[in-house]
Design a protein around this ligand. Structure first.
Ligand SMILES: *Cc1c(COP(=O)(O)O)cnc(C)c1O
Length: 229
């Protein structure tokens, strides 16, 4: 099942990139493996996957220990400051930095370990209408600016989680908005080609058309998740 799913996802990525006049190589596919057993991750690895995303610290560290060392690990879930110590220096990219408090904890841990941690700032572009207003815009920018000043954190770009929808087109405005923030407001604090982590199983093609450089696909690769077990 994983083999066919992966082929399908890769084909869709290629088509979406071509449609937007982009090189499919610019898009990193992150296999979101949360709740799935190590055997399924190994299968995806054997089929060529090298980027995996998890959303729980304990599950993530257990899987890091159980799987090959050349995997790029992505922390995509909400992160508590008291758990930062378990993943700093172990994961390639923390996608979910949404407060200065959390960024400071990551920075302190990175200083302790004498490393620089790559992160993304998570932005809630899909909040209520008011979130598009100036006050939240400036709050986002203030967060980016303050995190930028931390010595042992490298802001690689931005991440957003769009709402669940039956119609992927509904989310196009949010993907556009994230790219706009990266290119305009936040540009002074980001690399020239920032990472844009956006798009999940239901809407990754639209996200790629709007400039995603990282798509986070779980169900589309591994099938439905069963949280009951
Ligand atoms: C679970 C999850 C995904 C993957 O969701 P699917 O709809 O299964 O592709 C992507 N991003 C985040 C932040 C997630 O928590």
């Amino acid at each position: 099942m994983i083999e066919e799913n992966l082929k399908e996802v890769k084909k869709n990525i290629e088509e979406a990139a071509k449609k937007a006049g982009r090189d499919p190589e610019e898009v990193t596919l992150i296999a979101v493996s949360k709740t799935k057993p190590v055997e399924m991750l190994q299968e995806a690895y054997d089929l060529g996957c090298r980027h995996f995303g998890e959303n729980k610290v304990q599950e993530l560290t257990a899987k890091i220990d159980a799987l090959p060392g050349n995997i790029h690990w992505h922390m995509i879930g909400h992160l508590q400051t008291n758990k930062v110590k378990y993943i700093v220096g172990k994961v390639d990219l923390i996608h979910s930095v949404d407060t200065f408090h959390l960024a400071q904890a990551i920075n302190r841990e990175a200083q302790k370990k004498d490393c620089v941690q790559d992160i993304l700032i998570e932005i809630n572009v899909a909040g209520e209408e008011s979130k598009f207003g100036t006050s939240d815009r400036s709050a986002n920018l203030e967060l980016i600016r303050s995190v930028f000043s931390l010595s042992n954190i490298n802001i690689c770009g931005l991440m957003t989680i769009a709402p669940y929808t039956e119609n992927a087109e509904d989310n196009r405005i949010y993907f556009k908005e994230l790219r706009r923030i990266a290119r305009e407001d936040a540009a002074p604090y980001l690399p020239e080609h920032p990472v844009l982590s956006m798009g999940m199983t239901g809407d990754y093609a639209v996200a790629i058309e709007e400039g995603a450089t990282c798509v986070r696909v779980g169900t589309g690769i591994f099938g439905e998740r069963n949280y009951a077990i």
